[in-house]
Design a protein around this ligand. Sequence first.
Ligand SMILES: *Cc1c(COP(=O)(O)O)cnc(C)c1O
Length: 396
Amino acid sequence: MTSTARPLLNRRLAEFGTTIFAEMSALALSTGSINLGQGFPDTDGPEEVREAAVRALRDGRGNQYPPGPGIPELRTAIAAHQERRYGLSYDPDTEVLVTAGATEAIAAALLALVEPGDEVVALEPYYDSYAACIAMAGGTRVPVTLRPHEGSFRLDLDELRAAVTDRTRLLLINTPHNPTGTVLTREELTVIAELAVERDLLVVTDEVYEHLVFDEAEHVPLATFPGMRERTVTIGSAGKTFSFTGWKVGWISSAPGLVAAVRSAKQFLTYVASGPFQYAVAEALRLPDSYFADFRADMLAKRDLLAGGLERAGFKVFRPAGTYFITTDIRPLGESDGFTFCRALPERCGVVAIPNAVFYDHREQGAPFVRFAFCKRDDVLHEAAGRLRRLASAGS
Ligand SMILES: *Cc1c(COP(=O)(O)O)cnc(C)c1O
């Protein structure tokens, strides 16, 4: 009897059985809580982009299988975007690949580039799909932990260097970083790039929050550093930038050999996806700079609204330089375990958040940290801030 002889879920995936997001979203529903757990906006992106999708669908563009690498209009728009913003030039035909969101780009890149036994160095805490995709590829993940330092989570560059061995194949980088909101500086990126060149490593860099950087922070793509363009797979996505997370339009840009390798894996995952939406995203990427500036200003105001509320409720707040997440430390509230805290929070004050420990291999490192998403309507954030105030009055 197979069911008793061995578990149904294979050994590679056994540790990824269920996600905290399912548990927390169910809790949000059953308690009528405001869900600041999962990171998706509660309002859609620009009307003209939505209309572009409707037009494509009505005109019969993209309703059948689009070309495997993505429609030429979108690949051209992606290349133009990288050129306009960063001075990076890519050939839309050989150096750009459209994927089913950044999620598929991550999976395809790791499945294509990692041999069983290869080590993949990744920044911890990490986006939840990284660990699972490294495991599916048969790789070994080697976490380098971002640690709190003067109000933000920083990378220890010596630790990063020490993590690279003769078995290291690939660095998996994410900046702006989910869940900490850290944006790696030019100096930090320089060291990462030098290390990659010196040790001849491939780099996969998840830059889906490239347009969400605040204050003095600047997003600098790793591919712009010397020796990096030919070894770096850069991942982008329309979901976060244009507030259409359900459309699942992502992409990579890289050197021809790397794109061909990733395409080999991608063609057997989804093959293609999101036909009409590809046309709409091609238009979205050509929106004027004012769209991106307004989007950023809008999200910055939301960040400050929620950060202020969290501070008044008694949290220590790591005000993020990028993304739409705020990581907090719950110890000033007299708490130490994020899991316990998040499971109780809906009952206590009607808000759902995510314990950062789920993003760590070293769970104890993430224990006191809790993540809140601020990509929500202002009235929702105001209401959440008001509810969280109960923690301040309940404590002490
Ligand atoms: C949301 C997110 C993704 C997934 O992007 P999709 O385009 O929706 O697949 C990938 N990486 C990070 C860091 C994210 O936060």
